[in-house]
Design a protein. Sequence first.
Length: 340
Amino acid sequence: MKNNFKIPKFNIRENPALILFLLAPAIGELLSGSSPPSEFFTPFGLTMLLGLYGCGAVLARELKVRWRKGMGSLLLLGAAYGALEEGIMVASWSSPFWPDLGTLGVFGRWLGVNWVWAAELTMYHAIVSITIPVMLVELAYPEKKKDTLLSDWWMKAFTIALAIDVIVGFILFGYLLNYFPPLPQYSLAFAATAFFSYMAYKLPSNWARKGVKPIRQPFFYVVITALGALSSGVVFWILPNLSNFILFPLFIIICGFGIIFSIIKLLISFNWKNSTPRHQFAVSSGPLFLFIILSILQESDKSRTDNTAGMSLIGVVAVIGLTFLWLKLNRRVMVTTTVL
């Protein structure tokens, strides 16, 4: 009996999904310096990161569209992704041995959980790993913004690939670091993933579309989001080195969440119905300009034990990519204005 089964192919309307699949790990790991080129561009590293960030971003974007939700739900899905990666796959929420922890492996650790680290990474993944790549791809393909990019078959394939990646990573990092999280701490990560996903499903689609303030120039939003990213970095990575007071970690977490929520509250207070794609680009690119500057500094950072060669080049490529997108958006706005 002939087997007629064929894997559905990506067609032209699914190209944005492929771009997002590649862009999410490029921003979340490569441009940020978490995985410099020497680690990112290896067969194992690239496979794991594409399966994790790529699948995670594409699935989050697809759920947003299929549920007919907005940016608020996308942020919550990004937080769910953060809990999945850091709490479940690599178990950095609870592991005292995770190599990137630094001071945060001790500072803010209580009941076997790295609370400051968990809070910071959850917000990081929600904004940088998921929401920003999705926003950039939707700006590049505005005609597909409300369309699903995956067939049901590919949706299942991406889900399975993400699940396999998480399971393999959990086993691999567990044996490499000789640490598997206790059940209570591991259950916390599962509960957080489920909670953020459920809240994303329940959040009203117009949550971020009720603002009435007149929209301002795009540069204003670049500055606001860049300063937000810089302030968060200072709060989570510099302040923990200043005091060992028992309640200081709680103060750090409150300050970190306060900065992010204040910026989000400010942003949604504007009337985005009167915005242009350039305004949306400004919101999504602000934190990336900070990463671009840091990419140059990281390559010359002698205190890092990993190989950061090529980070400056990654920053240059990011500038070129953002410039091309900005010019494309400018042409689109000019054409729209001319037509009107």
